[in-house]
Design a protein around this ligand. Structure first.
Ligand SMILES: Cc1cc2nc3c(=O)[nH]c(=O)nc-3n(C[C@H](O)[C@H](O)[C@H](O)COP(=O)(O)OP(=O)(O)OC[C@H]3O[C@@H](n4cnc5c(N)ncnc54)[C@H](O)[C@@H]3O)c2cc1C
Length: 410
């Protein structure tokens, strides 16, 4: 029997080849790639309409390159606003300006657009998965109020804090509790049609304020603010109650540079715990995205880790596994041991620690690092005004250095 015949015979024994539980960004991207590769895929999510939850709202650099490589950039860019130039500010004055393609979007609309573009052989099921039983050859998935489903392989893309993982004895080791606050809100320009700059990033000093990004999204301008402060800090309350004045107090000259604005609608907030799944090397089941490891939003690389999971799993491991009859834990372990995955998981943790130190640590070592970091940026910017060609070379050199934790999060 050829591998193809063996695969076809086994495929008929289960309802689907691959069941993906969780139709957020990671599950939907994985379903798209696997569907295009010709597998019978079932994507299950408890929400038919993606709720307006606060998650990533901006992608750039390597994230865009990966989406392009995976041929997924089309639906992403269609649901986003593209922009290139970002003005950076610190301590009331301009730090520098960067030029790099970025996309601003609203998470629910982005995931909805990706779901709408799912290939025909991906079956989307709306339902709350209430239990799973796994094994090397067959996975059983219980969905509330619906028939049980069977699959050859189960992918858990259930994001953070899902009880399903308890069925499997998978626990979550907390690496950093209440690590950082992320805030998201909408800006409306006052007295003008738009803000003076399409995108602006304001960097904090050592007072626990990391940075704030203002950037375009479909229908308006969005702000993402990342801070490392105690949840009981009265400053957090004042940001919710009086956001504009609170921002003006910590970001001098913001309104003069960006133009006047109002903050409309509610201020979304998210307090991050960074966790890593443990005991996940099991027969027949794999974890991707936040279900495996959550990220500090301030680093801006949660999506890079998620994309590494999706790309390595769907293009390197699942094609090998599907040609065989069983997916025992030894095979599954190869995905968790993948050098690219391990590198991106470790980098996310390093950057989270580095970013927190850069924004909060006042000892001499970190004060010096902070000064050098921003002095270097100001120097390159000054040079750019004198010799744009030389500055471009320096930016390219810096881009090679991008994997170092010494990189700025923004
Ligand atoms: C506030 C915030 C800001 C961020 N900012 C950035 C940023 O600027 N840059 C960056 O790169 N990253 C950022 N991130 C990280 C990024 O948003 C996440 O890594 C990414 O959204 C995770 O996607 P996911 O698909 O793994 O999980 P989710 O998007 O959480 O999706 C999980 C899905 O599983 C479904 N589900 C769960 N349990 C069940 C069940 N039992 N049955 C059926 N369905 C189920 C849910 O309905 C949901 O749709 C940010 C994160 C947060 C929280």
């Amino acid at each position: 029997m050829t591998i193809k015949q063996s695969f076809e015979r086994l495929a008929t024994e289960t309802d689907t080849d691959i069941a993906i539980v969780g139709g957020g960004l990671s599950g939907t991207l994985a379903a798209t790639i696997l569907g295009h590769a010709g597998y019978r895929v079932t994507l299950i999510d408890r929400h038919r309409t993606v709720p307006e939850e606060f998650r990533v709202e901006k992608m750039s650099g390597g994230q865009i390159d990966t989406l392009q490589r995976l041929r997924l950039l089309g639906p992403v860019s269609a649901a986003a606003v593209a922009f290139d130039e970002v003005i950076h500010m610190r301590k009331g004055r301009m730090l520098d300006r960067t030029n790099d393609r970025q996309f601003g979007f609203l998470y629910n609309r982005l995931v909805s657009a990706l779901r709408a573009a799912l290939p025909a052989n991906v079956n989307f099921v709306v339902g709350q998965v209430s239990g799973v039983q796994t094994g090397a050859t067959r996975q059983r998935i219980a969905i509330l109020g619906q028939d049980e489903m069977t699959a050859r392989l189960l992918v858990l893309a259930t994001g953070m804090g899902d009880i399903l993982r308890r069925d499997l004895g998978i626990s979550h080791r907390s690496v950093a509790e209440k690590r950082s606050f992320a805030f998201g809100f909408n800006l409306r320009p006052v007295g003008a049609k738009s803000l003076r700059h399409m995108a602006l990033t304001y960097h904090g000093t050592s007072d626990g304020i990391d940075h704030m990004n203002l950037f375009p999204v479909p229908g308006g301008t969005r702000a993402n603010l990342f801070v490392f402060r105690d949840p009981r800090d009265p400053w957090i309350k004042s940001l919710h109650e009086n956001p504009k004045d609170t921002l003006a107090a910590i970001f001098p000259s913001l309104i003069e540079t960006a133009g006047d604005f109002d903050i409309v609608g509610k201020v979304d907030s998210w307090l991050t715990d960074i966790t890593i799944a443990e005991n996940c090397r099991q027969d027949g089941v794999v974890l991707i995205g936040d279900a495996f490891q959550s990220s500090c939003p301030a680093t801006g690389i949660g999506v890079s880790r998620l994309l590494t999971d999706v790309e390595r799993l769907c293009t390197a491991y699942i094609p090998q596994w599907m040609a065989e009859t069983a997916f025992d834990r030894a095979k599954i372990a190869a995905y968790y041991d993948d050098p690219q995955k391990q590198e991106s998981d470790a980098l996310a943790l390093q950057l989270a620690l580095h970013g927190r130190n850069l924004a909060t640590n006042t000892d001499l070592r970190w004060r010096t690092r902070r000064q050098i970091h921003f002095m270097r940026r100001r120097a390159v910017h000054a040079l750019e005004k004198l010799s744009p060609a030389l500055a471009t070379k320096l930016y390219r050199l810096a881009a090679r250095y991008v994997k170092s934790p010494a990189r700025s999060p923004a």
